[in-house]
Design a protein around this ligand. Sequence first.
Ligand code: ATP
Ligand code: MG
Length: 536
Amino acid sequence: MAGAYSLLPLAMRTRDKIGRIIREEMNAIGAQEFLLPAIQPAEIWQKSGRLEIMGQEMFRLKDRKDADLALGMTHEEVFVSLALEMNSYRELPQLWYQIQTKFRDEPRPKAGVLRTREFTMKDSYSFDIDDAGLDKSFENHRRAYLRIFSRMGLDTIAIDASSGAMGGSGSIEFVIRSEAGEDLVVLCPTGDYAANVEKATSDLAPVEDPPGPSGPEPFDTPGIRTIAALAEFSPDAPPERQIKSLFYVIDGQLTIALVRGDHGLIEQKLVDATGGIDIRPAESDEIFDAMGAHPGSLGAVGIEGMTIVADHALAGRSNMTTGANIDDQHVRGVNVERDIRVTKWVDLREVEAGEACPACGTALDVVKAIEVGHIFKLGRRFAEAFGATVLDNDGKPQTITMGSYGIGLERAMAAVAEAYHDESGLMWPVSVAPYELVVTVIGNDEPTLQRAEELYLAAQEQGIEVILDDRDERPGVKFADAELVGIPYRMVVGPRGLEKGVVEWKTRAGDGADVALEDAIAHAADSIEQAKAALL
Ligand code: ATP
Ligand code: MG
């Protein structure tokens, strides 16, 4: 079914190696490994207030006693329950992690193991007495993540991100640039700004509004339903001088979101700005019932008693044009602050490539990327909901503050595959390759087979992860398979080379040379060591 995969032996080895790198780096910052249940009582999700927020992404089930259960999609609730065991500030800080299966009923599972409904995550949680402690735990994770990804060969960018359903005060995503990615990332070419488009801002050139009528002025716009059509119809209404009105149902309430006519709206920004839990675009008939007109003729001028959130780019604007809430009519001469009862001014706008960097003014790039890791400062929200306190120095209870940190193992593996392949197959970096070396036997005469097996055993003894290809296949088939699965190094053992006392050494990247038989293992060990060191 969609979003479910079986891992075969080569993928298992790669995923294990990724897990090992993660464990080493987590242990290095003082984290301790746990294993928590994947199957959880719905009660704890009720307690944190996330039972509803998680919506349909949460797999829910009942046990034989009719109790509500959930399959864990993340583990803040269970870990904070364990944190209740701590009593004194002297037990803090703590860093706890696990590598465990998560379940998420993703609306669009796709792109292989990049987005599945069951996947393995390393999730860790920090527990501190104060903000300074949380900052330190967060920074330790940020550095550990950069090391983890660089050891895997991933060239990640750390970007500012929306915290989404986690809440909290800050979050950083680790992404790699890739056409296979589903995230859009806004990057300044100078390197001084990088943010998920869900969070990104830019500096806009101001728009001059020419003087216009003294108040809103309706006019007929027969058949005009889009920003572009109106711009063509009326020379006074280029897109940047129109107001785009978008209707959403947020937690059951019809809400109007306003952006400039030439701007796109980011739904995540609307969620972040309103604190909404359940959000969807309104249906045409819901809108008609409330407004008396259809999409294409809608506007917020004179609307009372409805939540209206407006993008900052509309502040101070005048003589603008928008729908009149009468089909086939618009109004011009709209002064946004005077004529529209804006409930809240927020950032809703989608940044476009070429806009100015908010830090330095350089033209921004917008690129596709894969998110491989995400770290959050959660703050005290979960600890408050669960009553996770410790006694401080003065014997007074203090609510602890938390961080939450995740890496998807299969997604990370897929991201490496996206970054390292050519037309012949995978090109695993040696640190995560299922095997570091393949000993490929040419022919099947007994002395050659025996030599090859000796080399294979000697390599194993050296600690090299080696596989012996002694299948009864043509050399071309063996070479092609080794390239397809991406073994970084190949040692070819054949009768002709053995006569000269050499084996052929070949890298997956295509370099090759003959190496004396007696030097072959040392050469392999050196090459692998150097390649690993280059990834640190
Ligand atoms: P996305 O925005 O891609 O859905 P997310 O923000 O929901 O990701 P987190 O909840 O932060 O992801 O999870 C931490 C990590 O778990 C992600 O960085 C990613 O590596 C991995 N991950 C999340 N969802 C999936 C999934 N459906 N399949 C595989 N890996 C996933
Ligand atoms: Mg998600």
